[in-house]
Ligand binder design. Structure first.
Ligand SMILES: Nc1ncnc2c1ncn2[C@@H]1O[C@H](COP(=O)(O)OP(=O)(O)OP(=O)(O)O)[C@@H](O)[C@H]1O
Ligand SMILES: *[C@@H]1O[C@H](CO)[C@@H](O)[C@H](O)[C@H]1NC(C)=O
Ligand SMILES: *[C@@H]1O[C@H](CO)[C@@H](O)[C@H](O)[C@H]1NC(C)=O
Ligand SMILES: *[C@@H]1O[C@H](CO)[C@@H](O)[C@H](O)[C@H]1NC(C)=O
Ligand SMILES: [Mg+2]
Length: 593
């Protein structure tokens, strides 16, 4: 019985396949190049719409936008789709375009690897993939493209060595791999010795005479920069380059590692030499308390500061170290020590801090004052006993339930909306991420560290680590230009919402394995209408209506174009009307005290 049943089913399948095949063959006589392009399109998960009028029922793709054919043979010779917000992976089926001469996909949001199959397109003369989020290795098969004249893959997240085969491309006239995460020796024989330093710049791990960096020992060793706790072992310009590079696999791991290592060194250093961690106040320290509502004299505070050492450290971030500062009257503060601010920066710094200190809101962490010591800036904040959202989501064993998560999202939105819309001057946060959302004893959210990124922007060692912690949260245009706007904050807020819903870090290892970050994952689920699967299976009490509404908001916030994202005002309106009804909380007491 079983046997015949299966036979029958197979028979039916076969018939279906035959029919399907027949009908495809009949209605579309699309050329093989056209089929390869449709396959390319199917791997694109979003765009500005340029690919919508690629019609499968055409006989060839020659009139499709971005496509140019040889007029006689109708073979595709140019594919040119730069600046169209294309997001997704680059299909290996491009390798089937046997007569392709120019591939120009630069300045989009492509992620994943450069397909090695491009090595099959032996007529290629130009490859322009710069300004995407491509990761993985440079395929050695590109060395087969003996007609290649231009190769620009700068501004991606490519890692590994430059394959020696590239040196064989002796028709190459322009070559650019700058601003990636390449390592090792630049092949010294072959054409690569002809290119200037700017073809290679911004790859921390590269060495070779082209960039005046001697290679010592194996790839990726770099003994010229002795690691110090303060600069986290990162050399001067790498921070900027990281900013202009992009947010994926190799990059993330590299940077996460650097940050971790920096913190580690910092702590280790502290153990061997507690002086490194004690706060040195001698000689001209002054304490400024904003609002004068705390009953301490400068002397009280300085005396307390001098007792701090590594035992009091509660965290270590991009700007420095955070200590727990307990006063004799039982009040507790968080003290953030920022090392090594440029000389002559003080007045500017003080003015900015004054502004930050004047901002009060129940969803913002209160900056109480600061202390100016010769070696460090010490910022005094209210201490929040609930720690950071990052810890609450990813490190603590007790889970946040659905209502709590909704409430945290709404609280963070209120804090951020206040900075954007109710402060004068408006404040762009620049560093929205779960470690900068702190929780009070009732698990109410407060946004912390607003405005700090701007304040410290020009300080070389900080930028790197800002990016380090913030990778995965940064809007694409912010990563490329380094220019923050309210809309880049909105993007980061969208990522934060996804993180809270999913319980996964934006750069979770399981996502990275698939070549995705959390936004890429969302986009992928969206194409299959499975976006609800993003929700954390551990979260109790999930409500579908509010989940759908939150997903809708997050999707809107992480639009790749800043103009497509809502303002925080709008986000808050949406949260109030669509999320708070099934997710009750204190919505109407949002104003400052
Ligand atoms: N006001 C505070 N109250 C309680 N804990 C705090 C406070 N501020 C910071 N922390 C703790 O210290 C940790 C480190 O904070 P820090 O701001 O230095 O780093 P970060 O938030 O990870 O990165 P960034 O430097 O970009 O803000 C936080 O994750 C949090 O656990
Ligand atoms: C590329 O070429 C190899 C060898 O010629 C072939 O096996 C492979 O199928 C080709 N790939 C594509 C995508 O055309
Ligand atoms: C292409 O390059 C790879 C690796 O560089 C090599 O193994 C392969 O034989 C080459 N294929 C052709 C068709 O030249
Ligand atoms: C390589 O690209 C970067 C930007 O990504 C640019 O600044 C640099 O000038 C380019 N170098 C060459 C040699 O074209
Ligand atoms: Mg912080």
């Amino acid at each position: 019985m079983m046997g015949t049943c299966q036979m029958n089913r197979q028979g039916v399948w076969l018939l279906c396949l035959l029919l399907l095949y027949g009908s495809i063959n009949k209605s579309t006589a699309l050329s093989p190049d056209g089929e390869a392009l449709l396959s390319f399109r199917s791997a694109v998960v979003s765009s500005d719409g340029i690919l919508l009028q690629w019609r499968p029922e055409d006989s060839d793709p020659c009139k499709w936008k971005g496509v140019t054919c040889d007029p006689a043979s109708k073979n595709v010779i140019y594919l040119s789709l730069s600046y169209h917000k294309l997001s997704g992976s680059i299909s290996p089926d491009l390798g089937k375009l046997e007569h392709l001469r120019i591939l120009s996909l630069h300045d989009n949001n492509f992620y994943g690897a450069i397909p090695s199959e491009l090595g099959n397109c032996t007529e290629l003369q130009g490859i322009f993939l710069q300004g995407n989020y491509l990761s993985g290795l440079i395929p050695s098969e590109l060395g087969n493209l003996s007609n290649l004249r231009n190769l620009d893959i700068s501004g991606n997240s490519l890692s590994g060595l430059i394959p020696p085969s590239i040196g064989k491309l002796n028709k190459l006239v322009t070559f650019n791999v700058s601003a990636n995460f390449l390592v090792g020796a630049i092949p010294s024989d072959g054409v690569l010795s002809n290119f200037p330093e700017s073809s290679f710049a911004g790859n921390k791990g590269l060495c070779g005479k082209q960039i005046n960096a001697a290679c010592n020992g194996g790839p990726s060793t770099n003994s010229q920069s002795p690691a110090s706790g303060q600069n986290l072992g990162v050399k001067k310009n790498s921070g900027r380059l990281l900013i202009s590079a992009s947010a994926t696999v190799g990059a993330l791991l590299l940077v996460a590692l650097m940050c971790f290592w920096g913190c580690f060194l910092y702590k280790k250093f502290g153990k061997n030499d507690t002086k490194g961690f004690a706060i040195n106040i001698n000689g001209g320290a002054s304490v400024v308390m904003f609002h004068g509502d705390l009953p301490y004299s400068s002397k009280d505070i300085i005396r307390k500061l001098e007792t701090l050492n590594e035992e009091h450290i509660i965290g270590c971030g991009g700007f420095g170290t955070v200590y727990r500062l307990a006063m004799d009257d039982g009040n507790v503060f968080a003290l953030k020590k920022i090392v090594k601010i440029n000389e002559g920066f003080d007045r500017f710094f003080e003015r900015e801090l004054e502004i930050l200190g004047s901002i009060k809101h129940r969803h913002l962490v209160n900056l109480r004052g600061y202390c100016n010591s010769p070696t460090a800036k010490l910022l005094i904040y209210d201490f929040l006993p609930g720690g950071s959202l990052d810890e609450a989501l990813h490190e603590r064993s007790e889970q946040l339930d659905w209502e709590t998560r909704c409430n945290i999202i709404v609280g963070a939105a209120k804090g951020l909306a206040y900075l954007h819309h109710d402060c004068s001057p408006r404040i762009i946060h620049r560093d929205i991420k779960s470690s900068n959302i702190l929780l009070d004893g009732n698990l109410e959210a407060r946004v912390s560290d607003f405005g700090l990124a701007k304040l410290l922007e020009d300080e070389e060692s900080h930028i790197t680590t800002i990016v380090a912690g913030t990778f995965g949260y940064l809007a694409p245009e912010y990563m490329h230009s380094g220019r923050a706007t309210e809309k880049s904050d909105v993007y980061s807020f969208g990522v934060l919402v996804l993180e809270v819903l999913s319980g996964k870090r934006p750069t979770d290892a399981t996502l990275i394995e698939k070549g995705l970050n959390i936004v890429g994952w969302l986009n992928f689920l969206l194409t299959e209408n499975r976006q609800r699967e993003i929700v954390d299976p551990q979260c109790e009490g999930v409500q579908m209506e509010s989940l759908d509404a939150l997903l809708g908001i997050a999707i809107h916030c992480v639009s790749s174009g800043p103009e497509d994202r809502p303002t925080m005002h709008r986000v808050l309106q949406l949260l109030e009307s669509e999320v708070m009804t099934p997710c009750p909380s204190d919505l109407y007491d949002s104003n400052s005290d």
